[in-house]
Design a protein around this ligand. Structure first.
Ligand SMILES: Nc1ncnc2c1ncn2[C@@H]1O[C@H](COP(=O)(O)OP(=O)(O)O)[C@@H](O)[C@H]1O
Ligand SMILES: [Mg+2]
Length: 402
């Protein structure tokens, strides 16, 4: 079997276009050749492949995929295989089959797949289908969507400053950048974002996920608590045992809905890669990875970077935050960068205004706006507001038919 890997002379190939992140699952005749051709195609970021869908779970969930290509040897529609992929990702799926599998086509049109291609195919035809499928983004074609930016604040260690940074950054986005912002406390068992903000919420994320009926933007609005900075807050459950009801699926849905009504969603987290955290990573636009100048934290941040790589989390979405960067503790910021092989994007100074503000339940960016800490957090807030929102163009984006 021969696969044409040459581009058509008329094929548009602007190098500036975003690459589509593609993962390949399953197997069928001709798939190996396609894999090679896609691996070197300039418009495709080929994340990897696995014949087994269950082994691909990490990449499917955390890989920020535009498209999943699934090869099948069945001549009828592989319902179970597609359902297994759907458990892990909302990315568009293109089904690939070889030879006489035309019986597939009728059924597939009804099902949740973006396209079906029978191999062999010219690479450019496949890339065209990939671009088209990625534009529909796994949503129903034509469905409108505002796309709030999801900023996740994570550190594999407790006490590094995740909650201080997420509450202050979120309050600064709402107050000083004037954007619609939501703070979601995903430290589900011991979240203290509400306390640091000095609010006593009546409802938490637990009440929202156990409430009957479909979750939509109106319902979400009924469960958030408004902070004085104009920030909306969805706090962690009040009792640790309620955390387990906040499942990965519920959280995925919640984030999708939140994206429709907020410009920025800041997620505070616990130091674990649990199910809801994976659902969050899958949708995260910017990951603020918090490190400090101590050896155990450094060791764990290094491990976290390795885990993120295993999950195929895009490295260009990781921003290293060095908290208490000015502490004189026998380790320099340059040593952190050297050990992690990642540049520090935000340096946050240690500042006594922080513990004072924490104990008063009033974020330092608001309570002591001129403190060094507050200046640095306001810079961070400016940087995480989406470019089109910052430019005052609004963040509404429409997904047209491919
Ligand atoms: N930049 C800072 N300057 C001074 N104190 C800080 C700073 N960042 C964090 N802290 C202190 O460290 C404590 C732990 O921070 P926290 O945000 O709760 O950590 P995490 O959420 O990662 O467990 C806070 O109560 C705060 O007093
Ligand atoms: Mg915390």
């Amino acid at each position: 079997m021969s696969i044409d890997t040459h581009s058509r002379p008329d094929a548009a190939r602007p190098e500036t276009r975003d690459k589509v992140r593609v993962f390949m699952t399953g197997d069928c005749e001709g798939l190996a050749e396609l894999r090679q051709a896609l691996g070197r195609h300039p418009e495709v970021d080929f994340v990897g492949s696995s014949t087994s869908i269950s082994e691909a779970a990490g990449a499917l969930r955390g890989g920020h995929l535009g498209v999943v290509l699934h090869g099948t040897r069945f001549s009828t529609f592989p319902q179970a295989e597609i359902a297994a992929i759907r458990e892990h990702t909302r990315a568009s799926v293109i089904l690939l089959a070889s030879g006489e599998a035309s019986a597939l086509l009728d059924e597939a049109l009804e099902a949740e797949v973006a396209d079906v291609l029978l191999l062999p195919q010219m690479t450019e035809n496949l890339v065209f289908a990939i671009r088209k499928a990625s534009r529909s983004g796994g949503r129903a074609p034509g469905q409108p969507g505002r796309r709030g930016r999801i900023v996740t604040v994570f550190s594999p260690k407790g006490g590094t400053g995740k909650t201080v940074i997420s509450t202050n950054a979120a309050a600064a986005v709402a107050k000083y950048e004037g954007k619609k912002a939501l703070l979601l406390d995903l430290d589900l068992q011991f979240g203290d974002a509400a306390i640091m903000l000095g609010i006593e919420p009546e409802k938490t994320i637990y009440d929202l996920v156990v409430a009957p009926g479909e979750l939509d933007t109106e319902k979400l609005a009924g469960y958030v608590t408004r902070h004085g900075s104009n920030l909306d807050v969805l706090p962690a459950p009040l009792r640790p045992e309620d955390a387990e009801l906040v499942t990965e699926t519920k959280l995925g849905k919640l984030l999708e809905v939140a994206r429709e009504s907020y410009d920025v969603i800041v997620v505070d987290t616990s130091p674990f890669f649990h199910g809801p955290m994976l659902a969050t990573l899958d949708r995260t636009d910017e990951l603020l990875l918090v490190c400090s100048l101590d050896v155990p934290t450094l060791k764990n941040v290094r491990l976290a970077l390795q885990t993120l790589e295993l999950l195929s989390f895009p490295p260009d979405r990781i921003r290293l935050v060095l908290n208490r960067a000015n502490s004189k503790v026998g380790m320099k910021p340059g040593e952190v960068e050297g050990a992690l092989e990642v540049k520090v994007r935000f340096s946050v100074p240690s500042d006594r205004s922080v513990p004072i503000a924490v104990n008063r339940g009033n974020p330092a960016v608001l309570a002591d706006a001129r403190a060094d800490f507050s200046r640095s957090l306001r810079e961070m807030a400016k940087a995480i507001v989406p470019a089109e929102v910052a430019a005052g163009k609004g963040s509404r984006r429409w997904f047209g038919k491919g």
